[in-house]
Design a protein around this ligand. Structure first.
Ligand code: SF4
Length: 352
């Protein structure tokens, strides 16, 4: 049996192998490939090869710690923590001892970073306090996941010990959320200006999102230099206003993870996907988010008792797929990284 790739796909893979930027038209073509086609598997192989060259065998585990639950009045349609979802009717702030215990356990299990998440109305001062505390007591790189910020607030995050911020311009931003996509993009520029690393994901993907909208966000992530920018699908909680749209499968997510990896070229230090699963590890992903505390996908206030995976769970999945969590993280160094893939079969996109 012989598999032939179209000349267009062959040319896109050549460009990706040379870390050249892809056009929106090329990205849309890749996102539209038949899921069962040899071309989709070639795209996944290419993405995996690029990740091995740029990340080696490193598997990253960035532990999400959600500091609080509230019936959030911003009412983003995909989020289970909203006032209208009615799942959480009271505000809960996890206490300091609990947060320290989660962080110490995460460090002991080998977490590479902590992503500290707050809901829309959480006190910025308290977030800074937790930054200072966790830096002093635990000493794992800190990434903040909070609202839009000013330059002054960006500098305050740096001074409190944060080294980066997770901040996605989400699919449907301004339509499914009350936030301005332009304001969120300006916040990413704030990170760049003050020296915070920008962590991103194409999210929360559902079947209703157009390939053009997805391609535009992938290109933005490359242009603005995301430290990582993979793909997360939307999880429809019971009663979600988005339930009528359904959800994409892990296999569809793997195709998208591969395309986003080709788009990012040699810009990122890792490639994320959520929730943890194996398919995307064949398509260039190497970063999972174990979860404790609040999560916008969960019905439990503490996601460790709900949908969340532990740092150890994630490690087991990575090792099954030939990736190694115990290697040093690539995300928090400024040194350029390249890894030899000689003899691994992962060396080139268009070999043979
Ligand atoms: S995504 Fe954030 S801002 Fe939007 S409703 Fe949920 S907690 Fe509030």
């Amino acid at each position: 049996m012989k598999f032939l790739l179209s000349s267009k796909v062959t040319e896109i893979l050549r460009k990706a192998d040379a870390f050249e930027a892809l056009t929106a038209e090329e990205i849309i073509l890749l996102l539209s490939l038949d899921l069962c086609s040899a071309e989709t598997y070639a795209v996944m192989h290419a993405a995996n090869a690029i990740s091995r060259r740029t990340f080696g065998a490193k598997a990253e585990r960035h532990m999400h710690i959600g500091l609080n639950v509230e019936p959030c009045r911003f009412d983003c349609l995909f989020c289970s923590l909203t006032r209208t979802a009615g799942i959480f009717t009271e505000s809960v702030e996890f206490d300091t001892d609990q947060i320290l215990a989660w962080a110490r356990a995460g460090k002991a299990q080998g977490a590479d970073a902590f992503n500290i998440m707050t809901t829309g109305f959480y006190s910025f001062e308290k977030l800074l306090d937790f930054g200072r505390l966790l830096q002093r007591e635990v000493g794992v790189p800190l990434v903040a996941n909070t609202r839009d910020i000013t330059h002054k607030e960006g500098e305050a995050l740096l001074n409190a010990g944060f080294v980066g911020c997770y901040h996605a311009i989400r699919l449907g931003e301004g339509r499914d959320t009350p936030f301005s996509p332009e304001k969120r993009r300006q916040t990413v520029q704030v990170f760049k200006d003050v020296g915070l690393r920008w962590m991103n994901c194409i999210e929360p993907v559902g079947p209703e999102h157009s390939h053009a909208e997805i391609a535009e966000l992938m290109q933005l992530a490359r242009r603005m230099g995301a430290t990582y920018s993979g793909v997360m699908r939307r999880i429809n909680f019971p009663g979600s206003p988005m339930a009528a749209h359904g959800m994409i499968t892990e296999r569809e997510m793997a195709r998208m993870v591969a395309v986003s990896r080709l788009v990012m070229g040699n810009v990122p230090r890792a490639h994320c996907t959520h929730e943890p699963h194996t398919a995307s590890l064949l398509a260039g992903a190497n970063l999972f988010f174990p979860e404790v505390g609040s999560s916008p996908r969960d019905l439990q206030a503490d996601s460790a008792k709900g949908r969340g995976s532990t740092v150890e769970d994630c490690g087991r999945i990575f090792r099954e797929m030939g990736l190694e969590p115990s290697l040093p993280s690539n995300c928090f160094t400024d040194d350029p990284r390249t890894f030899s893939t000689e003899g691994s079969g992962c060396g080139g996109v268009l070999q043979g």
